[in-house]
Design a protein around this ligand. Structure first.
Ligand code: SF4
Ligand code: SF4
Length: 442
């Protein structure tokens, strides 16, 4: 194989004519990436994924495209690039994990699995950045998470985050994200039917959703009941493990997944409702995460099979229409809903249930906003580039609200809008439906 120079390579990757498993010894036997070799070999280098990739579009470097990164993964297994190679760390590190390439790929390359396995393999030879380790440690520990979320809520309730959002750099952006947490629509809670004819739904509360979007979680339970689901608790549930899996800590992700499987089995729920796209994509993938664990694989598959995005549940029920909300709204598809779960129409059905809501199209609504878990904190330059394109498209719509069903996207887009002094606000689609139901009860 001719290894092309990693940096500055802007043309097409020279395809390897010999598959990595064709008689060559694997350079990383037993590594997470070695187990994903069939997925690497599924890539036929056609390049259909390139124009779907936000980092390729922003950076115009083949190494920052799906095809280029798969080439690097293959090189790792063949031993022609070392795991601690700086260019390898750079180009894999810049991947958003948005999985738009999966939707575009005609060969069914499971890019998300390849990326997770690559990061897990690379993390064996380099330390995860300090900020990422700190965040992962907090999210894996119930007490630390409660303290962190309590503190964040206290600060978010003051004018401080909005004031400090104007300072430059990541600190200012982090404050803008905090200022953008929560629903921008005030409304009074309303009485709901007990529900139940559509079955019992347990909500994945989610770390950030329950911590910073508490009102949206309660709104989710209300709209589910209005639409015929009985809402029941799933005590003992944990972080879904997505942040850990995406950062390469697969063992911690598995530990959290096992906790959730137990909690949701115990709950007796027919369906597990998730209002955070990233968490939903992770939970639907629990079977793959635990595929090598014979004690948990089947239980993981059973729980994963009951996970639904809240928009899927509502769309299946109609949803029940609410009162008129004459608002101009645009919809941005979270990557982990559109590409990770292949859920595209249900969120639009949720918005269509609101009379007089004017839905205006958003250019490139299928493109990532640059949030990608904690990507915006550890790869700020790439994240900013991707977000800038999203903000320009949002500005074209003239919308009052940009609806999107993922806390990371809500805070990323919300922070970008705040810092660019836009009057548009980011909102969860469920909050709009809930406001419509609240209005109907007045
Ligand atoms: S579209 Fe799929 S097969 Fe084609 S280069 Fe991209 S990942 Fe490979
Ligand atoms: S996951 Fe997103 S950023 Fe990464 S290679 Fe695929 S399309 Fe590009």
């Amino acid at each position: 194989m001719t290894l092309l120079p990693l940096d500055g390579m802007r043309g097409l990757v020279e395809p390897d004519p010999v598959p990595a498993d064709a008689g060559r010894p694997c350079a990383l036997p037993g590594s997470p990436l070695a187990g994903e070799l069939p997925g690497i070999n599924a890539c036929v280098h056609c390049g259909f994924c390139l124009q779907a990739c936000p980092t390729y579009l922003a950076l115009e470097d083949e190494n920052d495209s799906p095809r280029g990164r798969i080439f690097l993964m293959r090189s790792l297994l063949e031993g022609t690039v070392a795991p601690d190679d700086a260019s390898m760390q750079t180009h894999i590190g810049r991947c958003l994990g948005c999985r738009a390439c999966e939707t575009a790929c005609p060969s069914g390359v499971p890019y998300g699995h390849l990326l997770e396995a690559t990061i897990a393999t690379l993390s064996q030879s380099r330390r995860i950045p300090f900020i990422a380790r700190l965040i992962l440690a907090v999210f894996a520990n119930r007490i630390l998470l409660s303290i962190a979320m309590f503190g964040s809520r206290l600060v978010a309730a003051t004018p401080l985050p909005t004031l400090l959002s104007r300072i430059g750099g990541r600190s200012g952006f982090a404050m803008a994200m905090l200022a953008s947490a929560g629903s921008p629509l005030e409304r009074d809670p309303y009485s709901t039917p007990v529900g139940g004819e559509r079955g019992k739904a347990a909500l994945l509360e989610g770390c950030v959703m329950e911590g910073l979007f508490t009102d949206t979680n309660r709104a989710t339970e209300r709209v589910l009941r209005v639409n015929g689901y009985a809402t029941i608790p799933a005590k003992g549930q944990r972080c879904c493990g997505a942040l850990h899996a995406h950062a390469g800590d697969l063992e911690k992700a598995r530990m959290l997944a096992r906790g959730n499987i137990e909690a949701f089995e115990r709950s007796g729920a027919d369906v597990i409702a998730v209002n955070s796209a990233g968490c939903g994509a992770m939970m639907k993938d629990y079977e793959h995460l635990l595929k090598d664990d014979p004690n948990w694989r089947e239980r993981a598959a059973a729980v994963a099979g009951r996970v639904r995005d809240v928009s899927e549940l509502l769309a299946a029920a109609g949803p029940v229409p609410g009162a008129a909300l004459p608002l101009r709204v645009s919809y941005d598809a979270p990557c982990h809903l559109l590409h990770g779960q292949r859920v595209s129409l249900p969120p639009l059905a949720v918005l269509a249930a609101i009379p007089q809501l004017e839905l205006v199209p958003l250019r490139d609504s299928d493109q990532c906003c640059g949030s990608a878990g904690i990507f915006n904190l550890i790869e700020p330059e790439t994240s900013d580039l991707v977000l800038s394109a999203k903000l320009a498209n949002i500005a074209e719509t003239g919308a009052q609200f940009i609806a999107t069903g993922n806390p990371g996207c809500l805070m990323q887009i919300g922070a970008g809008l705040l810092r660019s002094r836009s009057r548009t606000r980011a909102i969860h689609p469920v909050d709009l439906l809930d406001a419509s139901y609240a209005m109907a009860k007045q």
